[in-house]
Design a protein around this ligand. Structure first.
Ligand code: AHN
Ligand code: ZN
Length: 330
């Protein structure tokens, strides 16, 4: 009886040993795997950008601006979000009055554990970097600058409506980001007027999130995202983790481990005014690491420069980050 038991347990030991060997690659992985991360649909994201560009330029006061504001509200609502429009009045660099609305879509508003995703939706009223001087006073279409961040986040909204990410999510579309002073690069507070408003009075008083991710110019075919200075100052852990996740997913071609200087973008005010650690995924020119590439604030910022592969890289990375966060693998 005793000998039989011994023989049996030895056999069991060998079986266990073999099983352990065959599953070894999984056992040594440093990132716990989270099952059922949904797939980001690049065609859908592209289509959301096309729909915005079809409305024409979307600078404050324009017909396109009115249209896109309503489109954000109805599309988010169609994707099951609780939608809020936050109206505000502000002054542009030339002291003219401008009217805007931040548009917020919330998922699982009762959950305490929340993630903030954001992008600006207005487009620039002037094309001050266009090589053709006679067209510099015309508003741009902003497929990348304005359209792309919204397109990626709208696709994420569509997915969250179908699959529970396990955390509360707020998608904030900022208005009047891109109307900064064309004549004075140092007039930094003339940018990001919608996020300045939201940062000092969020849509929910005392609003907090674990962290935030801002998407800005995430659609260019040669996009390169570097770890940006403000992100690294206020949210270094999140920045490094998102870049790590992107690389793991095979998107290292877009997510450059190099660092670039601080940029005044909406995340600056989310960090400093609302106190939410927030990173910026933003295209910087791989040649200079400083400017945003030759299409920036020109009439070349149209659908021709948008790449579905870039949209997929960014969208899948953000989705994976959300699902890792809720699964405790973040
Ligand atoms: C500045 O040029 C100071 N900030 C750029 C933020 C921006 C403009 N993002 C898109 N357009
Ligand atoms: Zn811009």
């Amino acid at each position: 009886m005793k000998a039989h038991f011994l023989r049996f347990s030895l056999f069991g030991f060998v079986v266990l040993l073999l099983a352990a060997c065959s599953s070894e690659p999984e056992a040594v992985s440093t990132t716990p795997t989270v099952d059922n991360i949904p797939s980001f649909n690049r065609d859908s994201a592209y289509n959301y950008i096309q729909q915005q560009v079809d409305m024409g330029p979307r600078d404050p006061g324009s017909e396109g601006h009115k249209q896109v504001t309503e489109w954000l509200v109805t599309t988010l609502a169609g994707h099951g979000a609780e939608v809020m429009k936050q109206p505000f009045t502000t002054r542009l660099y030339d002291n003219s009055v401008a009217y805007g609305n931040n548009v917020i879509g919330s998922y699982y508003p009762d959950r305490k554990h929340r993630i903030l995703l954001c992008a600006h939706f207005d487009t620039r009223r002037v094309a001050d970097y266009d090589p053709n001087e006679s067209r510099q006073n015309e508003p741009i279409l902003g497929a990348d600058d304005g359209g792309s961040g919204v397109g990626v986040l709208m696709e994420i909204a569509r997915i969250i409506n179908q699959e529970d990410p396990g955390v509360g999510v707020d998608i904030v579309f900022f208005d009047i980001e891109d109307q900064g002073n064309p004549g004075d690069d140092h007039d930094v507070s003339s940018w990001c007027l919608g996020s300045q408003h939201w940062g000092s009075s969020p849509h929910v008083p005392g609003y907090k999130a674990r962290f935030g991710i801002l998407l800005d110019m995430v659609g260019h075919k040669n996009a390169r995202f570097m770890k940006e200075g403000v992100s690294m100052q206020y949210a270094p852990y999140i920045t490094n983790r998102v870049w790590e996740i992107a690389t793991q997913q095979g998107y290292g071609r877009y997510f450059d481990p190099g660092q670039t200087g601080p940029l005044t973008d909406d995340h600056y005010y989310v960090n400093t005014l609302a106190g939410i650690p927030t990173i910026d995924i933003i295209h910087v020119d791989p040649n200079t690491g400083k400017t945003f590439g030759p299409h920036w604030h020109t009439h070349d910022d149209n659908m021709d420069i948008i790449s579905k592969s870039t949209l997929k890289a960014v969208g899948q990375t953000v989705l994976t980050t959300l699902w890792y966060e809720s699964g405790g693998a973040f």
